[in-house]
Design a protein around this ligand. Structure first.
Ligand SMILES: Nc1nc2c(ncn2[C@@H]2O[C@H](COP(=O)(O)OP(=O)(O)OP(=O)(O)O)[C@@H](O)[C@H]2O)c(=O)[nH]1
Ligand SMILES: [Mg+2]
Length: 434
């Protein structure tokens, strides 16, 4: 505990897990419950109880039937939680009616994920994106959402719904804020895009780590880069992208990017607000898909990630930039590992078993990465007339110069160059590699 900082009592959450009897989920219910508990803990809530509710019909005004609502009301009376989390998507009206009936603050899955993102965002763009998503989500809500930001500002906390006039006022404030946020985001992105262009001129391939939250992306990132990025058994530990320069086998330089994790039912508000960040991932030269192989439901998590990547325009099974990394193999016995290799051999995507924790398999992974980047990149030598400053400058800004030797009238330059850039150079300057 920091001196001078008062420890606050942990706030408690009561979780309701609806299960649609008509549509059995691909996932085991115990994993779904574990995950929603993890999401609650990610913003320091203590789970008081989780109740699974089977349903076969959604009640328009309140989601649950009368009997269920009464049972939950009893539970809430007994536990007096700070907040009730309903792990599905609630309409604004359902949310409001449940709050009134239960006399407790209610949030749904989207609301909770927004809270976590709000608590994690650090960069200017990250903060703006989260606030935009949160405002967009709140706009349609008749109740004032409990937001982390509001709590930080010393707002009213979980309880106490605002009056209708207050809501109208809030709505107007929200709309004005959304317009302002969109403009600010545009400004930040414009600056970032400039940055991106200058990065593109740097001829280093970009390698991005993607995967379900908690799969071990940051741990792998730290292992490869010797960095000290926040990696923790915590859902959405990473939010803002982090990049570092690395050296691949054969001494090729590259940039490794650690990014926000994915989750099933990622709220659409967040996807649209984070689209720019997510698209950056999909523009990388190599996409490393990190999978937590120690989880029994790894396949469901893997499929969720594939779905989100597809939504972002990645043709997963055909995209030659993808490598699948099965992480945390230190937690598996040999038999499981072998069975596991068998189950996953049906696609052409390269698959590597890794323990980011122990550094196992990392060298093999980097060799695969280098193989992919080498396909798009050639090592060549040009002999350029010493007077052709333009051509020399072009090579420096578009390629990675490895060696240079100046004679009286010729500059011999050895460099790595993208195949596309190579063609461009030959066409525009009329030189051929020696
Ligand atoms: N046993 C074991 N644990 C691992 C391994 N890699 C990561 N972990 C643990 O898994 C947890 C999550 O790791 P992170 O690296 O934070 O995961 P992440 O994918 O970056 O997660 P988000 O940032 O939340 O998306 C941490 O507790 C790590 O210590 C591994 O190879 N073996
Ligand atoms: Mg991380």
């Amino acid at each position: 505990m920091h001196i001078g900082v008062q420890e606050l009592d942990p706030e408690s959450a009561y979780i309701v897990q609806p299960v649609d009897k008509r549509q059995p989920s691909e996932r085991d219910i115990s994993y779904i419950i574990e995950e929603i508990g993890g999401l609650a803990r990610a913003i320091d809530l203590v789970v008081a109880e989780t109740r699974v509710v089977n349903y076969s019909k959604i009640h328009a005004g309140s989601f649950f039937g009368k009997g269920t609502r009464a049972e939950i009301a009893e539970d809430i009376k007994a536990h007096t939680p700070s907040i009730v989390i309903v792990n599905c998507s609630l309409s604004p009206i359902q949310q409001r009616n449940l709050e009134t009936e239960w006399g407790a603050k209610v949030i749904d899955r989207t609301g909770l994920i927004l809270e976590i993102f709000g608590a994690r965002a650090q960069t200017k763009e990250g903060l703006l994106q989260v606030e935009l998503a949160a405002m967009d989500y709140q706009k349609s809500r008749l109740v004032r959402s409990w937001t982390h930001l509001e709590r930080q500002r010393g707002g009213s906390g979980f309880m106490g719904g605002p009056g209708e006039r207050q809501i109208e006022l809030d709505r107007r404030i929200i709309s004005t804020r959304i317009t302002k946020l969109k403009k600010e985001l545009e400004d930040v992105r414009r600056t970032r895009d400039l940055g991106k262009k200058s990065r593109q001129r740097v001829p280093f391939p970009i390698i991005s780590l993607v995967g379900y939250t908690n799969a071990g992306k940051s741990t792998l990132f730290n292992n490869i880069t010797n960095a000290d990025v926040f990696a923790k058994d915590l859902l959405f530990a990473t939010l803002d992208p982090t990049m570092r320069r690395i050296t691949l086998p054969q001494n090729q330089e590259a940039i490794l990017a650690d990014t926000v994790g994915f989750i099933s039912d990622l709220p659409t508000h967040l996807i649209s607000a984070f689209r720019a960040t997510l698209e950056q991932i999909t523009e990388a030269d190599v996409i490393i898909h990190v999978i937590d192989a120690s989880r029994k439901d790894y396949m469901a998590q893997k499929n969720d990630v594939i779905q989100i990547l597809k939504d972002l325009g990645v043709d997963y099974n055909k995209d030659e930039r993808i490598i699948e990394v099965f992480n945390k193999v230190d937690l598996l016995d040999d038999e499981t590992v072998n069975g596991f290799i068998n189950c996953n051999k049906y696609t052409d995507i390269p698959k590597i078993l890794v323990s980011a924790h122990k550094g196992m398999g990392v060298t093999a992974l980097l060799e695969h990465v280098a193989e992919i980047t080498a396909k798009n990149c050639k090592e060549v030598q040009f002999n350029i007339d010493i007077t052709n400053g333009k051509a020399i400058a072009w090579l420096y800004s578009n390629g990675e110069v490895i060696a240079r030797h100046d004679t009286e009238d010729i500059v011999e330059i050895s460099l790595r160059l993208d195949t596309a850039e190579l063609e461009k150079f030959q066409k525009n300057f009329g030189y051929n590699p020696v």
